[in-house]
Ligand binder design. Sequence first.
Ligand code: FES
Length: 158
Amino acid sequence: MIPEQLRHELEQRVAGAVTNREAAVDVMKELQRHYGWLTDEAVLEAADLLGLSPLQIEELATFYEMIYRRPVGRHVIHVCDSISCWAMGGESLLKQFERLLGIEVGATTADNVFTLLPCCCLGNCGKAPAVMVGERQFGPVTLQGAEALLAELRSARS
Ligand code: FES
């Protein structure tokens, strides 16, 4: 259950949106920030806050790659696999992350620090191959740069 203050903030955001659907991503992201991922409980809370059905929330959550319907690590590494990044070595970069983390794409490290996911174009094609972690964009990320990025994230507090 979310704290009363967060509920109040989210109710205000929903009230300020033109449509409830417009506020949906914002609400889901905040609930995800609170729980670490969009839990079943969070889906029900989002539905309640937005006046939508849980099924509608599920549909929206499935549509957005940055909304996670299963547990993820502290840092979710999104490696772009769209055309520009693919052409600039995105596939090798994804394999490099797999190698460095010792996991396959889609998995989370045993210490729950990293989850590795492919993603569609991040709108950062000029800096391909591009990576996104949280709200931060990185690119172009070289194979060596991947190692440095992981070291930086490991030492970060959140
Ligand atoms: S194709 Fe990767 S950021 Fe656009």
